[in-house]
Design a binder for this molecule. Structure first.
Ligand SMILES: [Zn+2]
Length: 436
């Protein structure tokens, strides 16, 4: 058992719900989890060996099959839901419908008044190895070749931290919670989605339905390299502009052409400046496609950009600027200008409901002698989407890791058990409070 040193007194939450020493079942569950270290590393290694790049549908299917089997010991039936198709704009400016993997959902005690939503994605940014590819991987860096455990306790491999380590934390904590019946009095839903690394274009539509059925959300993105958790997150939007002009021969009748590449470049240069004077806006013009033969005036061009905003009010103001800008370019004679996309993840702000949840997590972590630090970040996650749908959530309850989305992605294997224990205590405290 952990040694509980002096504790700062606080009137923030009922002391009875946060006992100084865990009751017997909770203490046993913590010990049981402590004994799971080696089994966790082995399972994580084998999960990471299965490629589940966001666009590798066969890989996503195999990973989902694996999760259905590996979560079966929870004794809660898995609902496997087909996600709706989503639309992407290709390099020619045409829209194309794509499928994603299944959303997996385990629902325990749905009739309970207090319910927790536990969620993390099972896709990664890494395309499948060439011999295994059945779809072109558009996202991602080269995957780390295979998992390897380095001497300082780092497991290097694709998705070790983001977010298969988090999936594992969720599984192990729930196993312990079920085994020691620490969730009496509450319900919970565990969700694994297949497309977070793309901005959840398919499963995102299912989140507004899930949010109101729950009291709070716990997500398992990796904690930061120094172990801190994320508090506020900027909002993130992805946009595509399609410009259609008119082609003509560069020598014979160039005056009849309408050069889509030039108009797009002018527009993108203005978009690049569109955050000026607004606090907390970052615009990144990232992609350009257009043109063909050098003797032909190009009639089509496609540009893509990402925008980050710190506040919902700034988001609204910037969107107004963008709309006005595009409207002005639409007035160009002989051109069509289309704007696609939007804020898939609105800003996640630190409000009172989030503050209460932060304290809940801090108090749970104290139970294993873990101190929690918080930081804001520019990166977005499904936590943004759930917060926008009204569900306060902490979204970095996964293990500690770094170099995400790179061939050197690693997870600290010694952070797996403490992350699972922290989650167990959050659930146990919450259930105890609900029973009182
Ligand atoms: Zn992630």
């Amino acid at each position: 058992m952990e040694n509980h040193g002096p504790r700062s007194e606080s009137a923030r939450s009922p002391e009875s719900a946060f006992p100084r020493a865990p009751d017997r079942a909770t203490a046993e569950a913590l010990r049981w989890l402590a004994g799971r270290r080696e089994a966790m590393i082995e399972r994580l290694r084998s999960w990471c060996q299965q490629n589940s790049g966001s666009e590798n549908l066969a890989g996503l299917r195999r990973m989902a099959d694996r999760l259905v089997d590996d979560f079966a010991p929870l004794g809660v039936a898995c609902q496997r839901r087909v996600t709706p198709p989503y639309t992407v704009i290709d390099e020619q400016g045409n829209s194309e419908s794509r499928d994603s993997g299944d959303l997996l959902l385990w629902r325990h005690a749905p009739e309970a008044a207090q319910r927790l939503l536990l969620m993390i994605h099972y896709d990664t940014v890494y395309p499948p190895p060439p011999e295994d590819a059945d779809s072109p991987g558009e996202v991602g860096a080269a995957a780390p070749a295979a998992c390897r455990l380095e001497s300082e306790g780092r497991l290097v491999g694709p998705g070790t931290a983001d977010a298969k380590g988090g999936l594992l934390v969720m599984r192990e904590a729930l196993l312990a919670v079920r085994r020691f019946e620490l969730d009496r009095g509450i319900g919970w839903t565990a969700v694994a989605n297949p497309d977070e690394e793309l901005g959840s274009p398919a499963s995102g539509a299912m989140l507004p339905e899930l949010a109101p059925q729950h009291s709070l959300g716990l997500l398992f993105e990796p904690s930061l390299p120094d172990g801190a958790l994320v508090a506020g997150r900027m909002g993130s939007g992805n946009f595509t502009v399609v410009v259609r002009g008119r082609s003509a021969h560069a020598g014979r009748n160039p005056q009849e052409g309408r050069n889509a590449v030039i108009l797009l470049c002018r527009l993108l240069a203005e978009i690049d400046q569109s955050g000026e004077g607004l606090a907390g806006v970052t615009v990144n013009v990232a992609q350009l496609h257009g043109g063909g033969a050098l003797n032909r005036v190009p009639d089509r061009a496609v540009g893509r950009f990402n925008v980050r905003v710190a506040e919902p009010s700034v988001q609204a103001e910037w969107l107004g600027r963008l709309a006005a800008l595009v409207e002005r370019y639409r007035a160009s004679e002989g051109f069509e200008v289309e704007l696609h996309g939007g804020f898939h993840a609105p800003p996640k702000v630190v409000d009172a409901a989030f503050g209460e949840l932060q304290r809940r997590v801090e108090r749970a972590a104290e139970g294993i002698g873990r101190e929690i630090a918080w930081r804001n970040t520019g990166g977005a996650s499904d936590g943004n989407r759930l917060a926008a749908a009204g569900l306060p959530n902490v979204d970095t309850l996964g293990p500690r890791g770094d170099r995400l989305h790179s061939p050197d992605e690693w997870v600290d294997v010694d952070s797996l058990v403490p992350a699972a224990q922290t989650l167990l205590l959050v659930i146990a405290h919450y259930a105890r409070e609900a029973r009182q």
